[in-house]
Design a protein around this ligand. Structure first.
Ligand code: SF4
Length: 366
């Protein structure tokens, strides 16, 4: 840690900051949440951008702001309405935490918190998000470290160890603290992120067009391709799962996924992991009776969806079944029997929505 950071002296900082500011006066990105001093909008955009690309976030950001224009509106929202707007963006705990944090802010008087100490205890707000809000919205010095700056800082320092390890994070956060100036820190932090996103890119960084090339250790060592160390890829596990659309009088059984499960708070069709040697129909009929109550007869396989969740590559067979006789529900879940025309009211997981659309195409409402 000492080695890399000891090279960062006052002279280096002065050269780096002025080169970056000159470049950013002409080279920054034009984003819908840019030049915005509204902490609510900064917060929403930064949470949406975690693990998600700018292009994917833009339409979600606009729809979300239209529906929930301020903290009070978000605090008063139903969780299902928030998740319906979040549908397809993934990492749904982000949307649920936004609403919870809005409720805390409103309960504390409704003023948006302005300091790291006030922001960090809120649900879903980590060090980066708090730093972004404090610097972008309130223009106060606060360090930032996210995917683009992690790569940029690692190269500037020539940091060859794992930047995601605890020790690596300590080095990079210390560097971020040194970097951030007292004058216009918000604009400066945005310039760092823009440089990482547009010039110091993951592959083939544009070093010949880089405004801070003279300050870059990786370039001096011709080590841009090796820095930062890539994240370790988890081993892929193939699994088979099954959806069952259980039908009774033209309505289908859906349930709200409980806390602690994937896609908590979203609605879904009964879904099961298939043991490798199971007789699928028999297994599903038994599982449905055990988990939900009704006796069912599995009829046809409607479609197959292939998708990935973290390290799991999932082949998901989608079945239709009919409820037989008395189909009283014994499940502990929140459930509903809904017509295909009502599917749009519920927030579904991405695969749940795909299956709902498949069902809507294959049947007509009673
Ligand atoms: Fe990144 Fe190249 Fe600039 Fe160094 S010189 S910061 S590697 S773009």
């Amino acid at each position: 840690m000492v080695d890399e950071l000891s090279r960062i002296d006052t002279n280096w900082l002065r050269r780096f900051r002025s080169a970056l500011r000159r470049w950013h006066a002409h080279g920054g990105r034009d984003l819908p949440w840019r030049n915005c001093r509204d902490p609510y909008k900064v917060w929403i955009s930064e949470v949406m951008l975690q693990q998600t690309t700018v292009a994917a976030v833009k339409p979600y950001f606009e729809r979300f702001l239209k529906r929930f224009p301020n903290v009070a509106a978000l605090a008063a929202a139903n969780e299902a309405d928030v998740l319906r707007l979040w549908e397809g963006l993934g990492y749904y705990s982000r949307g649920r935490n936004l609403r919870k944090a809005a409720q805390v802010i409103v309960a504390n008087g409704g003023e948006f918190p302005e300091t790291m100490d006030e922001l960090l205890p809120l649900p879903g707000i980590g060090r980066y998000t708090a730093g972004a809000i404090v610097s972008f919205a309130f223009d106060r010095p606060a360090p930032i470290l996210e995917a683009n700056t992690l790569r940029l800082y690692s190269r500037l320092l020539g940091f060859r160890d794992d930047p995601r390890s605890t020790a690596g994070q300590r080095v990079l956060w210390s560097f971020a603290e040194k970097l951030v100036p007292t004058k216009s820190p918000g604009e400066f932090n945005q310039a760092l992120m823009d440089l990482g996103a547009t010039v110091c890119t993951p592959t083939e960084p544009r070093c010949d067009a880089c405004p801070v090339a003279a300050c870059c250790r990786a370039l001096a060592e011709q080590a841009q391709a090796e820095i930062p160390l890539p994240a370790r890829r988890p081993e892929i596990t193939e699994t088979r799962e099954a959806y069952v659309a259980i039908e009774s009088s033209g309505r289908y059984l859906i349930y709200r996924r409980p806390e602690g499960q994937r896609w908590a708070g979203l609605w879904d069709f009964p879904r099961f992991e298939l043991p490798s040697l199971a007789k699928t129909r028999q297994f599903l009929e038994q599982q449905i009776a055990a988990d939900f109550g009704p006796r069912v007869s599995i009829s046809e396989r409607l479609t197959q969806i292939k998708h990935s969740v973290t390290r799991f590559r999932i082949t998901l067979d989608c079945w239709r079944a009919e409820a037989i006789g008395n189909h009283e529900l014994i499940t502990k879940h929140s459930t509903a029997w809904v017509k295909p025309s009502q599917f749009a009211r519920y927030p579904f997981s991405t695969t749940g929505r795909q299956f709902a659309e498949c069902l809507s195409r294959s049947v007509s409402d009673p």
